[in-house]
Design a protein around this ligand. Sequence first.
Ligand code: UD1
Ligand code: MG
Length: 505
Amino acid sequence: MDRQPQQQPSQAQSQPLDILILAAGLGTRMRSSTAKVLHRLGGRPLIAHVCRTASALVKGERPVYVVVGHQAEEVKEAVRAELGEGGAVFVTQTEQRGTGDAVFAAREALGDADSTLLVLSGDVPLVRAETLGSLVHQHRTHRGRGAACTLMAVRLEDPTGYGRVVRDEEGRFQKIVEQKDATPEERQIGEVNAGIYCFETRLLFPALERVQPENAQGEFYLTDVPAILRADGEDVSVSTHTDAREVSGINTRVELSEFERILRLRTLRSLMLNSGVTVIDPQHTYVSPDAQIGRDTTLHPNVHVEGRTVIGEGCEVMQGSRIVDSRVGNGVTVKDHCLIVESEVGDHCAVGPFAHLRMNARMEDGSTVGNFVEMKKSRLGSKSKAMHLTYLGDAEVGERTNIGAGTVTCNYDGKNKHPTVIEHDVKIGSDTMLVAPVRVGARSVTGAGSVVTEDVPPDTLVAGVPAKVKKKLPREDEAADKPAVESKNEDAGEPVTAAATGEER
Ligand code: UD1
Ligand code: MG
């Protein structure tokens, strides 16, 4: 076997990787009282996107370092929500004196580390872990021994606003010059600093100490460090990335909206190509990158699927519906203009139009909720129906039960919420008020307009205000030839009429 001459792994190659995310700035150009990194993209704060990518790189083995300043508590909260309690170490930059000062704030936490430090900005949300991985690789393998600093650059048609990468005649890196400090010639340079860097930690902090705020903005620029290292005879390498959009930062709300569109179309494309989802009008369909949608499901225009929603296979979500952090089974139809939040819809259910499910509402398999029905913290049993104008709050509904039009579970007494239980095979007549806490036994029937204030035993017809027992109903198996109640129209929840129930008026 031939032995290839092997390069000795450099110090840099064998070093651990630390990641530092700069997220202390306000982001003046956003014209907002909310810190830039808290603005949302694809439903999540910008900083959460960067944190997720960073943690993929350190594989959860090392914490991610985050520099906070503006709205530090809120930023920390957003980071913890993404990385968990121990996933990040926070460093505070008390006064925002520039990107160099922001990194310097991490000196105590990182200054002594013998690591490679990847510096990211909290406002560059679309950068991919693979791109960063190849930057780190280039940094560690530069000239076989690794560089002191490797910065990521991109070519832009309109480089306005960015720091320019200035090279000498031989094309070697010379310095970065910020827009406000650049000469007219330098402003012609199309190669810009993406604001993503690898540094050898032990060289970075001594160099940062030598940065002076002698520039148009009176700030400590991190971008001065590469030139300082180069003057010291260290290697500075530039990694030129071709996808400018991926590595550029968001500075204005116009850019934020452009990124939103890109991310949205990227998500929809993947749903169509990889998951087999039909998206009728991608320009007007909004699906969170964290949502999952099954094969042969169709999304109609103006549908919003948010958060970590999971939708099964063969579903139809009609126009104007919004589904947030919910689970929808297979073969479900969500008709027009429904709102489903933190709720669960079983297989082969139908919802809407104009239905509202919230706070852990749960529709079991094959159940139906129709027009203007609201369910809150309630369960609708398998094959049960609530078709029209109904409120089910804190209610447990059994299987094959029909809830008539206009039924309300009166769950709130002005101070407390109370539960309603409706067992299997019940027929609740139209416009029944169920004053909770209350239970309606299996196979019982309430007459139209009943106000049920007391528990109804099984197999019982009640009616009136307040509802009184009218008669005991024979079990179907006991009275095969004698129908107990002529409920006119189950589907419509038609009232059990006075005549049909023998109710006296
Ligand atoms: C920076 C670079 C510029 C580059 C551009 C790419 C500098 C001086 N300039 O400019 O060369 O082309 O990014 O997007 O670095 N931050 C702090 N503390 C501060 C200041 C900023 O934490 O005191 C954070 C911000 O929250 C942000 C990041 O650093 O996440 C970048 O700051 P920003 O003001 O956007 O820098 P740019 O002007 O875009
Ligand atoms: Mg920026």
